[in-house]
Design a protein around this ligand. Sequence first.
Ligand code: NAD
Ligand code: WQD
Length: 342
Amino acid sequence: MDKKGKILVTGGAGYIGSHTAVELINQGFEVVIIDNLSNSHADVIDRIEQITGTKPAFEKFDICEEDKLEEFFIKHQEIQAIIHFAASKAVGESVEKPLLYYKNNIISLINLMKGMKKHNIPNIVFSSSCTVYGEPDELPVTEKAPVKPAVSPYGNTKQIDEEILKDTAKSDNFYQTIALRYFNPIGAHESALIGELPLGVPANLVPFITQTAAGIREQLSVFGDDYNTPDGTCIRDYIHVVDLAKAHIVAVKRLMEGKNKSSFEFFNLGTGKGTSVLEAINSFEKVSGVKLNYKIVARREGDIEKVYADTSFANEELGWKSEKELDEMMLSAWKWQQKITK
Ligand code: NAD
Ligand code: WQD
């Protein structure tokens, strides 16, 4: 079958990148992955092959190393677009190691964009985050909401990267760019062959829930139930990682077909539904049949009280809408945890 085009997926051995690589291959694209395996394992590439029947080309190196990236672009011709997932993403770690985050998350993008121009690759889809909105003034949050001063170096790197895309595309209309602002990706592929692989103690809610249920963690701490929300716990917009992956295919096709309306576009990727921590726990207990051991503790520094997306722009302009509900997200996360715990 003729391929629909060759796509570079940076960070493609990671959580969202691997799910996106599966969807790209399923939709007939040729995929090449760059990953330095700083937060993932090489066997994910084999798992992508197990799921799709096709093994993507894979090169292991750090895209902050410009000479290696240049060699890569010489070796891999005909790339038509890049989906850029590769970054460091732990908010807490970014506070302790800001220089590592500024280097990794910004130099990687600058190197990619220089290589794009040199090797005639105009299209890039960038992994951004709802963290750029901070605590929104209005909910649900639309793309018109102001970007607020970042509360972590990690969040700041996402804002800076968006500015780099915007300013570069403005200065040179060779570049055609889309930033996708993810809300809270959770869950795993239905095969339970790929999923979120948090190394060390998970910072995020859902892997902590599943590890507690699996007996890896003693007890889940719920960070505060004194917020101004119906049950007192924080509200987020949890979106299934496969729904998120599919949005990337829509975005990259938009650029490749020249349907983007400006050279820097950005979209909120969420479900449009707000879910509290206790609601997430209840959903998990329902679908897993496991009574979760948790306790309410003090608030976590820097937590946003409520954030969930207005998805109408992505729905109407991209023609993309999330499909999976919370229970399915939680069940897929649990099946993945059970698989890796074995
Ligand atoms: P992840 O850590 O699972 O995947 C990132 C991958 O990039 C890893 O496999 C890592 O080894 C690789 N990588 C990191 N730096 C690299 C470098 N310099 N060169 C080559 N490879 C490198 O993270 P994820 O959850 O899949 O997130 C993917 C992207 O989405 C990131 O940019 C992240 O900031 C963004 N994002 C994630 C979330 C979330 O909750 N997971 C939310 C919003 C945005
Ligand atoms: C969700 C809710 C916590 C853990 C972060 C980053 C964001 C993005 C997604 C990269 C909050 C509560 C959590 C726990 C808890 N990452 N919680 N006990 O903070 O919304 O977003 O991950 O781009 O940038 O900020 O996600 O999963 O950490 O927390 O009670 O052990 O669960 O207070 O209300 P968050 P999270």
